[in-house]
Ligand binder design. Structure first.
Ligand code: BDR
Ligand code: CA
Length: 316
C-alpha cells in the first residue's frame, strides 16, 4: 500500500528536489503541498510549487498558500542561498494552475482530519503553517500519522547563525509549539543532511537523459553549489529536504535516538538553536526521534536513480 503524504514547503531548491523525489517514489502518494514563507516569499514559493508540479506533469496535485510571515519574528528570506526566485538559475514557465482557495492551514486541517491516522506530514520549511494549524485544530495532534521535520542542528553548527539551522531560526516559536505538541515526530537535522552532498558529477550524470527535469536540476543546483562554495567551502550542494522526504519510505537510511529536544526562543545569541538533553539532566521524556547518523552516499544514489527514472518518464 502506498503511503499517503502531504508536504509543507518553502520552495526553495532542495524543497523542489524533495517534491520531485516524492513524485518519483512509487511507495508514496503525494496528496498536496502547502506553502510557507522561508527561502522565498509566500507568493514566489507558491508559484514555484505549482511550476515544479507542472514540470513533472503532476498538476493534479493541489497547492495551498499558507502563512506569509513567522509567528513572532520578523520575516527572513534566503535569496543568497536559493536566488531571488528561490530556484537558483532555473527558469520555469509560469504555472497554468492556481493554488486552491483554502488557506494552507485550513487545507492541512481538512486533509488530515478527513483520514485520521493515515497521513504523514513532511515539513521542510519554517514550521509556521503546521504550528498554526494545530493551534487552530488541536485534534490534528492525534490525527497526524507521523510528522517528519527537516530542521534543527543538534551537534552540528548552524547554517542561519553560528548555532541555528534556517527552518528553526526562521520561526523558532512555531518550532517550539510543535516540539511540545505530542505529535509522533522524526527530526532530520543538519547533523544528517549536511552529509548528503550532491556533486557536480552527480548532476552531470543526470544530463545523460534529455529532459526538463535534468535541466531543472542542473540550473537550480548550479546556483546552490555556488552558495555552498562561497559561504561554507563545500564542494557540491547539500540536499537537506529530499533526505527528510526519503525517511517516509526508507527510514533505514538513518540511525536514530529518541531524545528530549527543545529549541531556544529566549531571544539571545542562540535564538532558534535546537538542543537535545542526551544525559537527560531535566528528567523529561523523549519528544522525538532524531536522526543522527546517515548512509549518505546510499541516499544520494537513491535520489539520483529516482531522478533518472522521473526524467526518463517526463522526457522532452
Ligand atoms: C533548510 O533551510 C532551507 O534553506 C532548505 O530548504 C532546508 O529546508 C536547511 O537548513
Ligand atoms: Ca526548505
Amino acid at each position: 500500500m502506498t503511503k499517503r503524504i502531504l508536504i509543507d514547503a518553502d520552495p526553495g531548491i532542495d524543497d523542489a528536489c524533495a517534491i520531485l523525489l516524492a513524485l518519483a517514489s512509487p511507495e508514496l502518494s503525494l496528496e498536496g503541498v502547502s506553502i510557507v514563507h522561508g527561502n522565498c516569499s509566500l507568493e514566489q514559493g507558491t508559484i514555484n510549487g505549482l511550476s515544479i508540479l507542472e514540470l513533472a506533469k503532476a498538476s493534479h496535485i493541489p497547492v495551498a498558500k499558507g502563512c506569509e510571515k513567522p509567528l513572532v519574528q520578523p520575516s527572513l528570506l534566503a535569496p543568497e542561498t536559493h536566488g531571488n526566485t528561490g530556484l537558483g538559475y532555473a527558469k520555469l514557465p509560469d504555472p497554468q494552475n492556481r493554488p486552491v482557495v483554502q488557506h494552507g492551514c485550513d487545507y492541512l486541517i481538512e486533509k488530515i482530519l478527513s483520514s485520521p491516522g493515515e497521513v504523514t506530514l513532511v515539513a521542510i520549511g519554517p514550521l509556521t503553517n503546521v504550528a498554526l494549524a494545530i493551534r487552530q485544530e488541536p485534534r490534528l495532534v492525534h490525527a497526524i500519522k507521523e510528522l517528519i521535520i527537516m530542521g534543527g542542528a543538534i551537534r552540528h553548527e548552524g547554517n542561519a547563525t553560528a548555532l541555528a539551522e534556517f527552518n528553526t531560526y526562521a520561526d523558532p516559536h512555531a518550532a517550539h509549539i510543535l516540539f511540545h505538541a505530542g505529535i509522533p515526530t522524526t527530526l532530520a537535522p543538519l547533523d544528517v543532511t549536511y552529509q548528503c552532498i550532491l556533486t557536480s558529477q552527480d548532476v552531470e550524470r543526470l544530463q545523460n537523459i534529455d529532459s526538463p527535469i535534468s535541466t531543472f536540476i542542473k540550473d537550480a543546483t548550479r546556483f546552490y553549489m555556488e552558495y555552498h562554495d562561497d559561504y561554507q567551502g563545500i564542494e557540491g550542494c547539500v540536499i537537506n529536504d529530499p533526505l527528510a522526504l526519503a525517511l517516509t519510505f526508507a527510514p533505514e537510511l538513518c540511525d536514530y535516538q529518541e531524545l528530549p529536544v527543545d529549541v531556544d526562543i529566549s531571544g539571545g545569541v542562540s535564538m532558534g538553536k535546537t538542543f537535545a538533553d542526551f544525559y537527560n539532566y531535566e528528567k523529561k521524556p523523549a519528544n522525538m526521534k532524531v536522526a543522527l547518523g546517515v548512509k549518505a552516499r546510499d541516499f544520494v544514489e537513491l535520489f539520483l536513480e529516482r531522478m533518472e527514472m522521473l526524467a526518463g518518464s517526463v522526457g522532452v
